[in-house]
Design a protein around this ligand. Sequence first.
Ligand code: AMP
Ligand code: GLY
Length: 355
Amino acid sequence: MDGVGGLFEKEGIAFFGPAQAAARLEGSKIFAKQFMQRVGIPTARFTAADSFDEAWAALDEFTYPVVAKADGLAAGKGVVICQDRTEAERTLRAMFAGQLVGAAGSRVVLEEYLTGEEVSFIGVSDGERVVSLEPSQDHKRIFDNDEGANTGGMGAYSDTRILSAEERTLIERTIMQKTIDRMREEGTPFRGFLYAGLMMTERGPMVLEYNVRLGDPETQALLHRMDGDFGALLRSAAEGRVDASHLRFRPEPSVCVVLAAAGYPGQPRTGDEITGIEEAERRGAVVFHAGTKMQGGHLVTAGGRVLGVTSSGATLAEAIRRTYEACEAIRFEGMQYRRDIGRKGLRRWESGAGA
Ligand code: AMP
Ligand code: GLY
């Protein structure tokens, strides 16, 4: 094992997390797409291009909208859905010129646009087996109703009803366990959190992306529902015998709303004092810090996504209400957040529950 994990293993310390070679599932979109194509994991049709000219020629194989993705890591901002040829040209030129996402854009994936409901499906793997966490849903766009630019994630909710038992079994078999099996067979066993960003299409669940970690902000929502001994779960996986009995979830749905700084997902405004966190916590929420720091004895903003306010309730409607009540206690200059986190679920299951 290379990378950080290798250092721990050399010292004889159990380590939970993928080796460098397996982490390419997230680190390189082209690697991930080629892997899925090779082993038959459902994903959007794609072409990889090393230059603007190559990408430009490949565009003819696609209809619009078409999705352009920078190959490397780009903090959730390397994906652009291009509505027409003019936007595709502008996006590809900017990606290859390094203006959009820097070096991450020196290779680009073009892919077919998929429609459906997005689901984040995360498993804990010891390299052979994989144990599923509950499903969750991220909200990637900056504005309500999924409008505006893609971000690293503006909020998430977790609710068992996001997937039926049949859908869950299908995902476990055709995506999660298959990924783990094939990675092992190819000599790059995957141990760690395997995150599949899925689109539930009419053709069945398809993988939009892999991450090799718990997703953000899904993690905040998921951990809020977790019972059992999380540390023991990870240790068992690190030792190659993942023990699902450590994993228990409370049935109550949970919601995490991200409070972002003005300007995000572009250059965020920083250095503004944050108040009201204690009041938010009195209202029952857990407030996770993302882009904050202490300055002269005050807590100030220090990044694009500043806080993740998380709560749960007996119903999704109640979880949403409690989370937003907590958000309203918090203030900083230019604070922006989505008002519709979880609303899609509410429409599906609890219509009339005050959406
Ligand atoms: P990714 O980082 O690959 O998950 O892409 C970020 C977001 O872009 C996803 O969560 C989707 O909302 C959207 N997206 C990515 N690929 C596609 C696709 N092939 N079709 C439709 N939307 C996509
Ligand atoms: N929520 C998606 C991510 O963490 O990349």
